[in-house]
Design a protein. Structure first.
Length: 140
């Protein structure tokens, strides 16, 4: 399965399905100013584990970190698996992001193995509770 996203709906309520939550997450990453759209999809106590050195961040610290990286112009996912456990779902995939670290240069491609843990909120919508990204090295 391949998914490509370029825009988010900005809905104030949590997505009704895990698939809608995933689509909204991928789309939000490509917005010119994604912070509010991403934050709306995350539980306030969400934990993010990422980067080659294994940073562990809460929502605010991760959003500041992500904003410093540069604009993400495209996100594609491959080999997506979704496992549901009652009110929890785990989505695992390979993800490829094009990030403009330097705006006037061609975006840099980052590949990562990603797991996102989604949980239902009080209204039955889905919010992210955990995100883990491990960068993949190019083959060869």
């Amino acid at each position: 399965m391949t998914t490509s996203s370029t825009a988010a709906t900005g809905s104030p309520t949590a997505p009704a399905t895990v698939e809608d939550a995933e689509a909204a997450w991928l789309a939000a990453q490509t917005l010119p100013d994604p912070e509010q759209s991403l934050r709306a999809l995350m539980r306030p106590d969400c934990v993010i584990v990422h980067a080659p050195a294994g940073h562990i961040h809460g929502v605010d610290d991760w959003l500041r970190y992500a904003a410093r990286l540069g604009r993400t112009s495209q996100v594609d996912t491959y080999d997506v698996t979704v496992q549901r456990f009652g009110t929890t779902a785990v989505v695992s995939c390979l993800q490829e992001m094009r990030v403009a670290f330097v705006p006037e240069l061609t975006p840099f491609v980052i590949q990562a193995a990603v797991s996102r843990v989604w949980v239902t909120d009080a209204s039955g919508g889905w919010q992210m509770a955990h995100l883990q990204m491990a960068r993949r090295l190019p083959p060869g």
